[in-house]
Design a binder for this molecule. Structure first.
Ligand SMILES: [Zn+2]
Length: 277
């Protein structure tokens, strides 16, 4: 069974779905291609992507988490924020990757053969991803923007001419701000507000890394508002467990994980990590 399957979104963008639930994006121009994220370093991603494009490939990582960055060492040219380097190294060991896979696939995770894994490579030589970098794919551009919150080195990518924002885990319908590597809600709000001001009118679609390809186009604006609600205590605070961590989901959701007030953005946070220290 293939670990990945692909779905064409438009002329230049392909969503790649992994068996463990992550969504990667391949964006292909007339001259070059970029792959956004690399999943857990499992299932021979490089070979899979080579079946989709023969253009020279650059890999861009939204952040250093185990489910986004571990496939990087298979590729030659990978950009990541240096701010997530230590996090990447912490997530490299096989037990972290297997623990995550088990949380997604249950017992089936144990049946993946050892040769299907990219060996851990904590010293991998990443290229430095910087705010405002532009990748020219020939007939259009992908731009990189720093948006710290979920992690200190989180980046989002704008497919400029197509007005698509790929937000990774930086902003979605369950943005995780409860891990030790996350910024406070207050800092996240400041970063979102600065980002939104800079990006006004530049995108009209938002693509995500988990659960669904397309999120609400007002996701960033709603997340800014929601950070304000959290800081004022105007939240529903639904208990939320992930692996062995406990946190609060800010706004109540229905069985499809949609906010009851029909807004899209939602945040999982800790009460002791709302304000800047
Ligand atoms: Zn993440």
């Amino acid at each position: 069974m293939e670990y990945y399957r692909a779905m064409r979104i438009n002329n230049v963008t392909t969503a790649i779905f992994s068996r463990s639930g992550e969504i990667l994006y391949l964006v292909e121009g007339s001259r070059e291609a970029v792959l956004i994220d690399t999943c857990l370093g499992v299932g021979h991603l490089k070979e899979y992507v080579a079946g989709l494009t023969n253009k020279p490939l650059t890999v861009l990582l939204t952040h250093g988490h185990v489910d986004h960055a571990m496939g990087a060492p298979e590729f030659e040219k990978v950009y990541m924020s240096p701010a997530d380097r230590k996090l990447y190294q912490d997530h490299c060991p096989m037990e972290v990757r297997l623990g995550y896979l088990e949380s997604q696939l249950g017992e089936a995770a144990k049946e993946i053969p050892a040769q299907d894994f990219v060996p851990p490579c904590p010293d991998y030589g990443f290229l430095e991803l910087k705010d405002g970098m532009v990748f020219d794919l020939g007939d259009f551009h992908v731009e990189a923007y720093s948006l710290p919150g979920h992690t200190a080195g989180s980046f989002v990518f704008l497919i400029r001419e197509y007005r698509i924002l790929i937000s990774g885990d930086a902003c979605n319908n369950a943005t995780f701000l409860f891990d030790k590597e996350a910024l406070s809600v207050e800092e996240y709000r400041e970063n979102l507000a600065a980002f939104q001001e800079k990006m006004e009118g530049k995108y009209r679609r938002v693509f995500l890394s988990h659960r669904m390809v397309e999120g609400g186009e007002d996701c960033i604006r709603e997340a800014i508002e929601l950070c304000g609600d959290i800081m004022r205590g105007d939240t529903d605070d639904v208990p939320f467990r992930f692996l062995d961590m406990e946190a609060c989901l800010a706004k109540r959701v229905n069985q499809y994980f949609e906010r009851e007030d029909r807004k899209f953005a939602n945040i999982v946070y800790r009460k002791d990590h709302i304000f800047k220290k």
